[in-house]
Design a protein around this ligand. Structure first.
Ligand SMILES: [Zn+2]
Length: 98
């Protein structure tokens, strides 16, 4: 069972200091996003980017729900996440038999 933090994928916004282009980047964990150097600008390829701290979003952010609703939704998401790989394995196995 992975830690719950893995389910909340942080999206950080960055701004290029060279051309001013703003872009978003997914990270698997908040810790990784904070430890890694800022990514290169996808437009001009320069590494001179800075994080736009005010616009951090969490994918799967369940704001506005009560704790019970939140727990139910988390459980549902975990259930779905657990089902998908097994279905893929089944597909893979049935394709292999042919
Ligand atoms: Zn740029």
């Amino acid at each position: 069972m992975p830690p719950r933090e893995v389910l909340a994928m942080p999206v950080y916004d960055y701004r290029c200091r060279v051309c001013g282009h703003e872009f978003s980047r997914f990270w698997r964990t908040i810790q990784r996003a904070q430890e890694a150097p800022t990514p290169e600008c996808p437009l001009c390829g320069q590494g001179l980017t800075e994080r736009v701290v005010s616009q951090v979003t969490l994918l799967g952010d369940l704001g506005g729900l009560t704790p019970n609703e939140r727990a139910a939704k988390r459980a549902q998401e975990e259930k779905q996440a657990a089902i998908t790989p097994r279905e893929q394995i089944r597909k893979f196995q049935s394709a292999k038999k042919k």
